[in-house]
Write a protein that binds this ligand. Structure first.
Ligand SMILES: Cc1cc2nc3c(=O)[nH]c(=O)nc-3n(C[C@H](O)[C@H](O)[C@H](O)COP(=O)(O)OP(=O)(O)OC[C@H]3O[C@@H](n4cnc5c(N)ncnc54)[C@H](O)[C@@H]3O)c2cc1C
Length: 391
Protein backbone atom coordinates (compact mmCIF):
# COMPACT_ATOMS: atom_id res chain seq x y z
CA UNK A 1 0.00 0.00 0.00
CA UNK A 2 1.26 3.47 -0.80
CA UNK A 3 -0.04 6.26 1.38
CA UNK A 4 0.82 9.96 1.23
CA UNK A 5 -0.91 10.89 4.46
CA UNK A 6 1.71 11.78 7.05
CA UNK A 7 1.59 10.13 10.45
CA UNK A 8 1.19 12.33 13.52
CA UNK A 9 4.86 11.62 14.36
CA UNK A 10 5.96 12.78 10.91
CA UNK A 11 3.86 15.94 11.21
CA UNK A 12 5.35 16.58 14.63
CA UNK A 13 8.98 16.08 13.53
CA UNK A 14 8.46 18.28 10.49
CA UNK A 15 6.93 20.98 12.66
CA UNK A 16 9.77 20.75 15.19
CA UNK A 17 12.36 21.02 12.40
CA UNK A 18 10.50 23.92 10.78
CA UNK A 19 10.25 25.82 14.06
CA UNK A 20 13.93 25.16 14.79
CA UNK A 21 14.84 26.59 11.37
CA UNK A 22 12.55 29.61 11.75
CA UNK A 23 13.83 30.43 15.23
CA UNK A 24 17.51 29.49 15.18
CA UNK A 25 18.57 29.36 11.53
CA UNK A 26 16.75 31.86 9.30
CA UNK A 27 17.55 34.95 11.42
CA UNK A 28 21.27 34.04 11.51
CA UNK A 29 22.12 32.24 8.30
CA UNK A 30 23.46 35.27 6.41
CA UNK A 31 25.74 36.18 9.34
CA UNK A 32 27.06 32.59 9.43
CA UNK A 33 27.78 32.80 5.70
CA UNK A 34 29.63 36.06 6.25
CA UNK A 35 31.65 34.61 9.15
CA UNK A 36 32.28 31.35 7.34
CA UNK A 37 31.13 29.16 10.22
CA UNK A 38 28.15 27.97 12.23
CA UNK A 39 28.21 28.44 16.00
CA UNK A 40 28.30 25.25 18.08
CA UNK A 41 25.23 26.43 20.05
CA UNK A 42 22.90 25.88 17.10
CA UNK A 43 24.16 22.31 16.66
CA UNK A 44 23.67 21.71 20.41
CA UNK A 45 20.14 23.12 20.12
CA UNK A 46 19.40 20.66 17.29
CA UNK A 47 20.74 17.95 19.59
CA UNK A 48 18.41 19.01 22.42
CA UNK A 49 15.42 18.81 20.10
CA UNK A 50 16.36 15.28 19.03
CA UNK A 51 16.99 16.38 15.44
CA UNK A 52 20.74 15.79 15.30
CA UNK A 53 20.50 12.11 16.21
CA UNK A 54 17.24 11.59 14.37
CA UNK A 55 17.93 8.23 12.64
CA UNK A 56 20.09 6.82 15.44
CA UNK A 57 18.44 4.27 17.70
CA UNK A 58 17.00 5.53 21.02
CA UNK A 59 19.20 2.96 22.76
CA UNK A 60 22.23 5.08 21.75
CA UNK A 61 20.75 8.49 22.42
CA UNK A 62 19.04 9.11 19.09
CA UNK A 63 15.39 9.55 18.15
CA UNK A 64 15.03 6.28 16.23
CA UNK A 65 13.31 7.85 13.22
CA UNK A 66 12.69 5.90 10.05
CA UNK A 67 14.35 6.97 6.79
CA UNK A 68 11.23 8.68 5.42
CA UNK A 69 10.73 10.86 8.48
CA UNK A 70 14.44 11.67 8.57
CA UNK A 71 14.25 12.74 4.91
CA UNK A 72 11.35 15.07 5.73
CA UNK A 73 13.33 16.57 8.58
CA UNK A 74 16.43 16.95 6.42
CA UNK A 75 14.43 18.80 3.76
CA UNK A 76 13.41 21.34 6.40
CA UNK A 77 17.01 21.88 7.54
CA UNK A 78 18.15 22.18 3.91
CA UNK A 79 15.46 24.75 3.33
CA UNK A 80 17.02 26.93 6.01
CA UNK A 81 20.77 26.41 5.57
CA UNK A 82 22.66 23.98 3.37
CA UNK A 83 25.83 24.38 5.42
CA UNK A 84 24.01 23.23 8.55
CA UNK A 85 22.35 20.43 6.58
CA UNK A 86 25.86 19.33 5.58
CA UNK A 87 26.79 19.09 9.26
CA UNK A 88 23.73 16.87 9.79
CA UNK A 89 24.72 14.77 6.78
CA UNK A 90 28.29 14.11 7.90
CA UNK A 91 27.69 13.91 11.67
CA UNK A 92 24.57 11.81 11.50
CA UNK A 93 23.90 10.24 8.08
CA UNK A 94 27.53 9.31 7.48
CA UNK A 95 29.42 9.06 10.80
CA UNK A 96 26.42 8.07 12.95
CA UNK A 97 25.03 5.49 10.55
CA UNK A 98 28.51 4.09 9.92
CA UNK A 99 28.94 3.33 13.63
CA UNK A 100 25.33 2.23 14.10
CA UNK A 101 25.33 -0.16 11.12
CA UNK A 102 28.86 -1.56 11.30
CA UNK A 103 30.27 -0.73 14.74
CA UNK A 104 30.65 -3.11 17.67
CA UNK A 105 28.41 -2.65 20.71
CA UNK A 106 31.36 -1.02 22.48
CA UNK A 107 31.90 1.42 19.56
CA UNK A 108 28.20 2.32 19.51
CA UNK A 109 28.21 3.03 23.24
CA UNK A 110 31.42 5.03 22.98
CA UNK A 111 30.66 7.28 20.01
CA UNK A 112 26.92 7.56 19.35
CA UNK A 113 25.33 9.22 22.40
CA UNK A 114 27.48 12.36 22.26
CA UNK A 115 27.18 12.87 18.50
CA UNK A 116 23.38 12.81 18.96
CA UNK A 117 23.53 15.65 21.48
CA UNK A 118 26.17 17.63 19.56
CA UNK A 119 28.58 17.53 22.53
CA UNK A 120 30.94 15.69 20.16
CA UNK A 121 30.97 15.92 16.38
CA UNK A 122 31.57 13.27 13.73
CA UNK A 123 32.95 13.48 10.18
CA UNK A 124 33.53 10.93 7.41
CA UNK A 125 36.67 10.77 5.29
CA UNK A 126 36.83 8.86 2.03
CA UNK A 127 38.07 11.39 -0.57
CA UNK A 128 41.74 12.20 -1.21
CA UNK A 129 43.53 14.73 -3.44
CA UNK A 130 43.87 12.22 -6.26
CA UNK A 131 40.88 9.97 -5.63
CA UNK A 132 37.31 11.24 -5.46
CA UNK A 133 34.97 9.46 -7.86
CA UNK A 134 37.55 6.68 -8.06
CA UNK A 135 37.69 6.42 -4.27
CA UNK A 136 39.12 2.92 -4.36
CA UNK A 137 42.36 4.42 -5.66
CA UNK A 138 43.06 5.94 -2.23
CA UNK A 139 46.65 5.81 -1.01
CA UNK A 140 46.24 6.48 2.72
CA UNK A 141 47.69 3.48 4.50
CA UNK A 142 47.04 1.77 7.83
CA UNK A 143 50.07 -0.26 8.86
CA UNK A 144 49.56 -2.91 11.58
CA UNK A 145 51.72 -2.07 14.62
CA UNK A 146 51.60 -2.53 18.43
CA UNK A 147 48.06 -4.00 18.64
CA UNK A 148 46.74 -1.32 16.35
CA UNK A 149 47.40 0.56 13.13
CA UNK A 150 49.55 3.51 12.14
CA UNK A 151 47.76 5.73 9.64
CA UNK A 152 49.64 7.81 7.09
CA UNK A 153 48.22 9.92 4.28
CA UNK A 154 45.95 12.83 3.52
CA UNK A 155 42.21 13.17 3.02
CA UNK A 156 40.71 16.07 1.12
CA UNK A 157 37.42 18.00 1.20
CA UNK A 158 36.27 16.58 4.51
CA UNK A 159 33.22 18.47 5.75
CA UNK A 160 33.60 19.51 9.39
CA UNK A 161 36.97 17.69 9.41
CA UNK A 162 38.51 20.46 11.52
CA UNK A 163 35.63 20.56 14.01
CA UNK A 164 35.07 16.84 14.44
CA UNK A 165 36.05 14.91 17.54
CA UNK A 166 35.75 11.55 15.76
CA UNK A 167 36.28 10.76 12.10
CA UNK A 168 35.50 7.61 10.16
CA UNK A 169 38.54 7.13 7.93
CA UNK A 170 39.02 4.69 5.06
CA UNK A 171 42.55 3.45 4.45
CA UNK A 172 44.45 0.72 2.70
CA UNK A 173 46.01 -1.81 5.06
CA UNK A 174 49.67 -2.15 4.08
CA UNK A 175 53.11 -0.65 4.41
CA UNK A 176 53.41 3.15 4.57
CA UNK A 177 53.74 4.56 1.07
CA UNK A 178 52.89 1.28 -0.62
CA UNK A 179 51.13 1.95 -3.94
CA UNK A 180 47.65 0.61 -4.50
CA UNK A 181 47.32 -2.21 -6.98
CA UNK A 182 44.75 -1.21 -9.64
CA UNK A 183 43.98 -4.90 -10.29
CA UNK A 184 42.99 -5.40 -6.69
CA UNK A 185 41.59 -2.20 -5.34
CA UNK A 186 39.20 -3.48 -2.71
CA UNK A 187 40.87 -6.35 -0.97
CA UNK A 188 42.76 -4.43 1.71
CA UNK A 189 40.49 -1.42 2.17
CA UNK A 190 39.44 -0.95 5.78
CA UNK A 191 37.32 1.42 7.83
CA UNK A 192 38.54 2.99 11.10
CA UNK A 193 37.40 5.54 13.58
CA UNK A 194 40.03 8.10 14.57
CA UNK A 195 39.72 10.43 17.56
CA UNK A 196 41.10 13.78 16.40
CA UNK A 197 42.94 14.39 19.67
CA UNK A 198 45.38 11.58 18.78
CA UNK A 199 49.03 12.36 18.08
CA UNK A 200 49.78 12.39 14.37
CA UNK A 201 46.43 13.86 13.36
CA UNK A 202 46.17 17.45 12.15
CA UNK A 203 44.26 19.49 9.62
CA UNK A 204 45.81 21.21 6.61
CA UNK A 205 43.91 23.67 4.45
CA UNK A 206 40.44 24.51 5.79
CA UNK A 207 37.94 26.18 3.46
CA UNK A 208 34.98 28.14 4.75
CA UNK A 209 33.69 31.19 3.01
CA UNK A 210 36.23 30.86 0.18
CA UNK A 211 33.93 28.34 -1.48
CA UNK A 212 31.29 28.91 -4.19
CA UNK A 213 28.62 27.71 -1.78
CA UNK A 214 28.29 26.11 1.66
CA UNK A 215 30.24 29.10 2.91
CA UNK A 216 29.36 28.51 6.55
CA UNK A 217 30.52 24.90 6.33
CA UNK A 218 34.16 24.03 6.97
CA UNK A 219 35.80 21.70 4.47
CA UNK A 220 39.15 20.39 5.65
CA UNK A 221 42.22 18.60 4.46
CA UNK A 222 43.20 15.94 7.00
CA UNK A 223 46.81 14.97 7.62
CA UNK A 224 47.75 11.62 9.17
CA UNK A 225 51.43 11.50 10.05
CA UNK A 226 52.18 8.24 11.88
CA UNK A 227 48.84 8.46 13.69
CA UNK A 228 48.49 5.31 15.81
CA UNK A 229 45.06 3.95 16.69
CA UNK A 230 44.27 0.80 18.67
CA UNK A 231 42.86 -2.36 17.08
CA UNK A 232 39.48 -1.63 18.72
CA UNK A 233 39.12 1.38 16.36
CA UNK A 234 38.82 -0.89 13.32
CA UNK A 235 35.21 -1.02 12.10
CA UNK A 236 34.28 -4.40 10.64
CA UNK A 237 37.17 -6.44 9.29
CA UNK A 238 40.12 -5.57 7.09
CA UNK A 239 38.77 -5.79 3.54
CA UNK A 240 35.26 -4.64 4.51
CA UNK A 241 36.04 -0.98 3.77
CA UNK A 242 34.54 -0.72 0.33
CA UNK A 243 31.27 -2.46 1.23
CA UNK A 244 30.94 -0.26 4.32
CA UNK A 245 31.61 2.93 2.33
CA UNK A 246 29.02 1.99 -0.27
CA UNK A 247 26.34 1.11 2.25
CA UNK A 248 26.88 4.38 4.11
CA UNK A 249 26.95 6.46 0.95
CA UNK A 250 23.37 5.29 0.32
CA UNK A 251 22.38 7.04 3.54
CA UNK A 252 24.38 10.18 2.85
CA UNK A 253 23.17 10.49 -0.73
CA UNK A 254 19.56 10.41 0.35
CA UNK A 255 20.19 13.17 2.83
CA UNK A 256 21.86 15.30 0.11
CA UNK A 257 18.86 14.69 -2.16
CA UNK A 258 16.42 15.66 0.62
CA UNK A 259 18.51 18.77 1.30
CA UNK A 260 18.36 19.67 -2.40
CA UNK A 261 14.57 19.51 -2.25
CA UNK A 262 14.75 21.89 0.71
CA UNK A 263 16.86 24.45 -1.19
CA UNK A 264 14.53 24.22 -4.20
CA UNK A 265 11.45 24.68 -2.02
CA UNK A 266 12.97 27.76 -0.39
CA UNK A 267 13.84 29.22 -3.81
CA UNK A 268 10.33 28.54 -5.08
CA UNK A 269 8.64 30.08 -2.02
CA UNK A 270 10.79 33.20 -2.36
CA UNK A 271 9.92 33.41 -6.07
CA UNK A 272 6.18 33.08 -5.52
CA UNK A 273 6.31 35.91 -2.95
CA UNK A 274 8.39 38.05 -5.26
CA UNK A 275 6.12 37.41 -8.27
CA UNK A 276 3.19 38.55 -6.14
CA UNK A 277 4.88 41.75 -4.95
CA UNK A 278 7.04 43.03 -7.77
CA UNK A 279 5.36 45.18 -10.38
CA UNK A 280 6.33 45.90 -13.98
CA UNK A 281 4.34 47.47 -16.80
CA UNK A 282 1.68 48.38 -14.22
CA UNK A 283 1.00 44.77 -13.15
CA UNK A 284 2.48 42.27 -10.71
CA UNK A 285 5.09 40.22 -12.58
CA UNK A 286 3.21 37.03 -11.61
CA UNK A 287 0.58 38.09 -14.16
CA UNK A 288 3.00 37.51 -17.02
CA UNK A 289 2.67 34.03 -18.46
CA UNK A 290 6.43 33.65 -18.86
CA UNK A 291 6.89 34.24 -15.12
CA UNK A 292 4.14 31.71 -14.39
CA UNK A 293 5.93 29.21 -16.61
CA UNK A 294 9.00 29.58 -14.37
CA UNK A 295 6.86 28.93 -11.28
CA UNK A 296 5.09 25.96 -12.89
CA UNK A 297 8.39 24.40 -13.93
CA UNK A 298 9.89 24.93 -10.48
CA UNK A 299 6.86 23.39 -8.82
CA UNK A 300 6.99 20.38 -11.13
CA UNK A 301 10.70 19.81 -10.46
CA UNK A 302 10.26 20.05 -6.69
CA UNK A 303 7.31 17.65 -6.63
CA UNK A 304 9.12 15.03 -8.73
CA UNK A 305 12.31 15.36 -6.66
CA UNK A 306 10.43 14.99 -3.39
CA UNK A 307 8.50 11.96 -4.61
CA UNK A 308 11.74 10.25 -5.67
CA UNK A 309 13.32 11.00 -2.28
CA UNK A 310 10.28 9.70 -0.42
CA UNK A 311 10.19 6.55 -2.55
CA UNK A 312 13.88 5.79 -1.96
CA UNK A 313 13.43 6.41 1.79
CA UNK A 314 10.28 4.27 1.91
CA UNK A 315 12.16 1.43 0.17
CA UNK A 316 14.87 1.67 2.81
CA UNK A 317 12.25 1.45 5.56
CA UNK A 318 10.77 -1.64 3.89
CA UNK A 319 14.21 -3.26 3.84
CA UNK A 320 14.27 -3.20 0.01
CA UNK A 321 17.38 -2.70 -2.10
CA UNK A 322 17.11 0.99 -2.91
CA UNK A 323 20.51 1.65 -4.51
CA UNK A 324 19.05 2.56 -7.90
CA UNK A 325 16.23 4.56 -6.30
CA UNK A 326 18.74 6.53 -4.18
CA UNK A 327 20.94 7.32 -7.19
CA UNK A 328 17.87 8.33 -9.22
CA UNK A 329 16.58 10.58 -6.45
CA UNK A 330 20.02 12.14 -5.88
CA UNK A 331 20.64 12.75 -9.59
CA UNK A 332 17.19 14.15 -10.22
CA UNK A 333 17.15 16.38 -7.14
CA UNK A 334 20.68 17.66 -7.89
CA UNK A 335 19.79 18.58 -11.46
CA UNK A 336 16.40 19.99 -10.48
CA UNK A 337 17.78 22.25 -7.75
CA UNK A 338 20.16 23.86 -10.27
CA UNK A 339 17.28 24.56 -12.67
CA UNK A 340 14.96 25.75 -9.91
CA UNK A 341 17.45 28.11 -8.26
CA UNK A 342 18.57 29.51 -11.63
CA UNK A 343 14.96 30.31 -12.43
CA UNK A 344 14.47 31.78 -8.96
CA UNK A 345 17.31 34.23 -9.64
CA UNK A 346 15.70 35.02 -13.02
CA UNK A 347 12.29 35.71 -11.46
CA UNK A 348 14.00 38.13 -9.06
CA UNK A 349 15.69 40.01 -11.94
CA UNK A 350 18.59 42.22 -10.79
CA UNK A 351 17.64 41.71 -7.15
CA UNK A 352 18.26 37.99 -7.60
CA UNK A 353 21.88 38.76 -8.34
CA UNK A 354 22.36 40.48 -5.00
CA UNK A 355 22.95 38.91 -1.59
CA UNK A 356 20.22 41.20 -0.29
CA UNK A 357 17.91 38.38 -1.41
CA UNK A 358 18.40 34.73 -0.38
CA UNK A 359 17.99 33.26 -3.88
CA UNK A 360 21.60 34.22 -4.63
CA UNK A 361 22.71 31.87 -1.81
CA UNK A 362 20.32 29.13 -2.89
CA UNK A 363 21.78 29.27 -6.41
CA UNK A 364 25.35 28.96 -5.08
CA UNK A 365 24.45 26.22 -2.58
CA UNK A 366 22.64 24.18 -5.24
CA UNK A 367 25.81 23.32 -7.15
CA UNK A 368 27.41 21.07 -4.55
CA UNK A 369 24.42 18.69 -4.64
CA UNK A 370 25.64 17.36 -7.99
CA UNK A 371 29.25 16.98 -6.82
CA UNK A 372 29.53 15.43 -3.37
CA UNK A 373 28.38 11.92 -2.46
CA UNK A 374 28.78 10.96 -6.11
CA UNK A 375 28.80 13.42 -8.99
CA UNK A 376 25.87 13.50 -11.40
CA UNK A 377 28.00 11.62 -13.93
CA UNK A 378 28.81 8.87 -11.42
CA UNK A 379 25.11 8.45 -10.59
CA UNK A 380 24.32 8.16 -14.30
CA UNK A 381 27.00 5.47 -14.58
CA UNK A 382 25.54 3.67 -11.53
CA UNK A 383 21.90 3.90 -12.67
CA UNK A 384 22.79 2.70 -16.18
CA UNK A 385 24.90 -0.13 -14.81
CA UNK A 386 22.11 -1.28 -12.49
CA UNK A 387 19.64 -1.14 -15.39
CA UNK A 388 21.84 -3.52 -17.38
CA UNK A 389 22.39 -5.80 -14.37
CA UNK A 390 18.63 -6.08 -13.89
CA UNK A 391 17.94 -6.87 -17.56
C1 LIG B 1 32.19 21.15 -0.28
C2 LIG B 1 32.61 19.71 -0.38
C3 LIG B 1 32.40 18.87 0.71
C4 LIG B 1 32.81 17.53 0.65
N1 LIG B 1 32.68 16.74 1.76
C5 LIG B 1 33.22 15.48 1.74
C6 LIG B 1 33.25 14.68 2.94
O1 LIG B 1 32.76 15.08 4.01
N2 LIG B 1 33.84 13.44 2.88
C7 LIG B 1 34.42 12.95 1.75
O2 LIG B 1 34.93 11.83 1.78
N3 LIG B 1 34.40 13.69 0.60
C8 LIG B 1 33.82 14.93 0.57
N4 LIG B 1 33.83 15.70 -0.57
C9 LIG B 1 34.46 15.15 -1.78
C10 LIG B 1 33.46 14.81 -2.89
O3 LIG B 1 32.72 13.68 -2.55
C11 LIG B 1 34.27 14.66 -4.20
O4 LIG B 1 34.69 15.96 -4.57
C12 LIG B 1 33.45 14.02 -5.29
O5 LIG B 1 33.23 12.67 -5.02
C13 LIG B 1 34.13 14.14 -6.67
O6 LIG B 1 35.46 13.72 -6.62
P1 LIG B 1 36.62 14.66 -7.22
O7 LIG B 1 36.43 16.02 -6.66
O8 LIG B 1 37.91 13.96 -6.99
O9 LIG B 1 36.31 14.73 -8.77
P2 LIG B 1 36.81 13.69 -9.89
O10 LIG B 1 36.50 12.31 -9.44
O11 LIG B 1 38.19 14.00 -10.26
O12 LIG B 1 35.82 14.07 -11.09
C14 LIG B 1 36.06 15.16 -11.97
C15 LIG B 1 35.02 15.07 -13.10
O13 LIG B 1 35.18 13.84 -13.80
C16 LIG B 1 33.95 13.13 -13.81
N5 LIG B 1 34.19 11.68 -13.76
C17 LIG B 1 35.03 11.01 -12.93
N6 LIG B 1 34.93 9.68 -13.16
C18 LIG B 1 34.01 9.51 -14.13
C19 LIG B 1 33.43 8.38 -14.79
N7 LIG B 1 33.80 7.12 -14.48
N8 LIG B 1 32.50 8.60 -15.74
C20 LIG B 1 32.10 9.85 -16.06
N9 LIG B 1 32.59 10.96 -15.47
C21 LIG B 1 33.52 10.80 -14.51
C22 LIG B 1 33.22 13.61 -12.57
O14 LIG B 1 31.82 13.37 -12.66
C23 LIG B 1 33.58 15.09 -12.57
O15 LIG B 1 32.74 15.77 -13.44
C24 LIG B 1 33.39 17.02 -0.55
C25 LIG B 1 33.57 17.87 -1.65
C26 LIG B 1 33.20 19.20 -1.57
C27 LIG B 1 33.44 20.08 -2.76
Amino acid sequence: MVDFELTSEQEMIRKTAREFVEKHVEPNVEAWEEEGSIPDEVVLEAGKLGLLGAPISEEYGGSGLDALTYAMMTEEVGRGCSSLRTTFSVNTSLFGNNIQMFGTEEQKQRYLPKICTGEKRGAWALTEHDSGSDAKAMTTTATPQDDGYVINGRKMWISDGDRADYIVVFARVGEKGSPYDPRNKEENLACFVVETERDGFSTGTVMGKGKLGLRASHTAELVFDDCWIPEENLIGDTGDGWDIANAILQKGRLSVAAGAVGIAQAAYDASVDYANDREAFGRRIGDFQLVREHLAYMHQQIETSRLLVWKAAWMSDQGLDNAQAVSTAKLHAAEAVMDVTERAVQVHGGNGYSNEYPVERYFRDAKICGIYEGTNEIHKVLIGGMALDQA
